[in-house]
Design a protein around this ligand. Structure first.
Ligand code: NAD
Length: 305
């Protein structure tokens, strides 16, 4: 078994009953990890469906000779996040990696968005990421205090929608931008405990994207948007090889693997004291500043806001 990248690592993955999470689970297990497959089993919009998917992925892993167990609670509740971590520790004696991947979609223009669309999407993406992090980070901090070795990972899931902006996804993009910021902040906070925190911004053909533009591209037809392409960076991040890398966002699909660059201060000037002085100084800065990227993250010279 020597040479497997995540041999003996215990990994909990949220929303791993299908799509990207399933691919992460299968590849992590192939590389020797013991995988806790979480999935509550909801429709794309978050409405309950069937919790069978998690067990289905466990069965696939076991059939291939791997080790896995299912967890079917809602990770956007504190009880669901807590039992996820507790079950991994109870089953395998430890937890090394948490992959925060569960997600839902409620796309609407902001003028049509309901409070429930907003709350549901932020709860499932952003709050669940906080809840699992909060609980597992306390566990790892206690280990450090007890002078036990920790080489742990949190792998979050952001999106081009949150990094670059996608029309119709103000709730989802806000959650995903929040996760990118949360990743950087918690990376800085948890470094002292031997924990890295990074995020993946995937592009993959799953039920989440089956009716958007990506599904109809030549790349999709060529299999380059298959979710399996994103799993290698997840395995690398979960492995011991990535222990010196933290606070980073990796954009990944079958077309590319990239390191997404964050906000920087940009061109600046001495602060104007009066509002009527602002226009004269801000215009040259706007002309000089890099524009927002396009929705794929490419720098554009003009046209987009
Ligand atoms: N597919 C893409 O191109 C793409 C792009 C950017 C980001 N993402 C992100 O990747 C992640 C996985 O997406 P996917 O495309 O595989 O979608 P998917 O719909 O195939 O899988 C998401 C899974 O999360 C589960 N889930 C939802 N709410 C849950 C909860 N509260 N507790 C536990 N499980 C829950 C669902 O049942 C589902 O199985 C999501 O965070 C998504 O936002 C996907």
């Amino acid at each position: 078994m020597a040479g497997k990248m995540t041999e003996g690592r215990v990994v909990a993955i949220t929303g791993a009953g299908r799509g990207l999470g399933r691919e992460y689970a299968l590849l992590l297990a192939r590389e020797g990890a013991k995988v806790l497959v979480n999935d509550i089993g909801v429709r794309r919009d978050g409405v309950p469906e069937s919790a069978d998917a998690a067990q289905g992925v466990v069965d696939e892993i076991v059939a291939r000779g791997g080790e896995a167990a299912a967890h079917t609670a809602d990770v956007s509740t504190s009880d669901g996040a807590k039992t996820l971590i507790d079950q991994a520790i109870d089953t395998w004696g430890k937890i090394d990696v948490v992959v925060n991947n569960a997600g839902i979609l409620r796309d609407r223009m902001v003028v049509n968005m309901t409070e429930d669309d907003w709350d549901s999407v932020l709860r499932v993406h952003l709050k669940s990421t906080f809840l699992t992090t909060n609980y597992v980070a306390n566990h790892w901090r206690d280990m450090v205090k007890a002078e036990k070795a920790v080489d742990a990972r949190i792998i979050n899931t952001t999106s081009s929608s949150g990094l670059y902006g996608a029309v119709g996804q103000s709730n989802y993009g806000a959650a995903k931008a929040g996760i990118a910021a949360f990743t950087i902040i918690t990376a800085r906070e948890l470094q002292r405990y031997g924990v890295t925190v990074n995020a993946i911004s995937p592009t993959a053909l799953t039920r989440m994207t089956e009716d958007v533009a990506v599904a109809k591209t030549p790349e999709a037809e060529a299999g380059l948007i298959d979710p399996r392409w994103v799993a290698p960076i997840c395995v690398w991040l979960a492995s011991e090889q990535s222990k010196d890398v933290t606070g980073r966002v990796f954009a990944s699909s079958g077309r590319f693997l990239a390191v997404a660059e964050g906000w920087v201060k940009g061109p600046s000037t001495d602060a104007p004291a009066e509002p009527d002085e602002v226009d004269a100084v801000i215009r040259p800065l706007l002309a000089e500043a890099r524009r927002n990227s396009d929705p794929r993250g490419d720098v554009v010279a003009e046209g987009l806001i």
